[in-house]
Design a protein. Structure first.
Length: 306
């Protein structure tokens, strides 16, 4: 019984408080419990079984069609592409998207990863990104433009029934390692309906035909953990020979339509939604468990009256 309760506490889809409405009649309480058992428990147990069967990998991982390698850092584990897509869409409620996989701390799982962060790995074959503009960028000007863009985006978000997001500013000013061709930055958002601010932390590793992206998922409280380990994450992934930035061939390869400045300014907002949904998954647990307790209380209360 304790194991079942533990699993239920871990589930991201327990926001069903509407299942149990205040009703003084025994029939209503029993019907609510019955409905919950029939329609929800089976679904939850199916997800638990799927997650419990997932296998993690460590050490060297080959990403994509031999595009790059990941040397999983000590203390972390890697979940393959197929299972990661299931986690991102079916468990965490994100829109379908391509990913090489997810990196979890070795103590975390898709059903238990609060107070930490998860890393999503992906590849965008958008072309060779020229970095001539890297040293001349005004990051204050970029963030001011992004703040204004977000205000405009909120109009559309509100129209679609989505939570509004206000960009606070840089959580980590962009840094570009011109020798390693690796870029990283972080932004902080205030999100309507959330107690904690949202952290968007992106690492971009530039290559011959595009870029590898490490999207670090979490809330603002995990920023110190990320900063402490960011070099480990950045150095864990490399393009394989034939895909490195230095091997660019202007006669054969396409050039991206943007440079470093456009990459930062154009991509920051695009990833905002996935982090919010992940935070929603973590925080909804307590609400759903409260609904379970309410339904059980009604059920046993009505039985005791008999």
């Amino acid at each position: 019984m304790k194991k079942i309760i533990y699993f239920l506490l871990s589930l991201p889809f327990l926001a069903f408080s509407g299942e149990f409405k205040e009703d003084s009649t025994k029939t209503s309480s029993l019907d609510s419990i019955s409905s919950f058992q029939d329609s929800e428990i089976a679904s939850y147990l199916e997800k638990i079984n799927r997650v419990s069967s997932m296998k993690y990998q460590t050490k060297i991982i080959y990403l994509g069609d031999d595009v790059a390698t990941l040397n999983v850092p000590e203390g972390y584990k890697f979940l393959n592409s197929e299972d990661s897509k299931y986690v991102l869409t079916e468990l965490w409620g994100n829109l379908p998207s391509e990913t090489f996989g997810l990196i979890f701390p070795d103590t975390a799982t898709p059903l238990n990863c609060s107070n930490t962060f998860v890393i999503s790995l992906s590849y965008d074959e958008s072309g060779y990104i020229e970095d001539d503009d890297a040293e001349d960028l005004d990051y204050q000007e970029i963030i001011e433009g992004l703040i204004e863009d977000q205000k405009t985006a909120n109009t559309e978000r509100k129209a679609q029934g989505m939570a509004e997001m206000d960009l606070v500013g840089w959580a980590q000013t962009p840094f570009y390692d011109i020798e390693a061709k690796k870029l990283h930055w972080a932004t902080e958002y205030i999100v309507e309906g959330y107690e904690d601010n949202v952290l968007n932390y992106d690492v971009k590793i530039l290559g011959r035909k595009g870029m590898l992206t490490m999207s670090i998922l979490g809330d603002i409280s995990v920023l110190p953990q990320i900063k402490e380990n960011i070099d480990v994450f950045i150095n864990s992934t490399e393009f394989k020979p034939g895909f490195t930035y230095a091997e660019f061939d202007p006669e054969l390869d396409d050039i991206a339509a943007y440079g470093i400045g456009g990459l930062i300014a154009g991509k920051v907002l695009a990833k905002a939604g996935i982090f919010v949904l992940l935070l929603k998954f973590w925080k909804v647990i307590a609400i759903g468990f409260g609904a379970i307790l309410l339904g059980i209380k009604k059920f046993f209360g009505s039985k005791s009256e008999e």
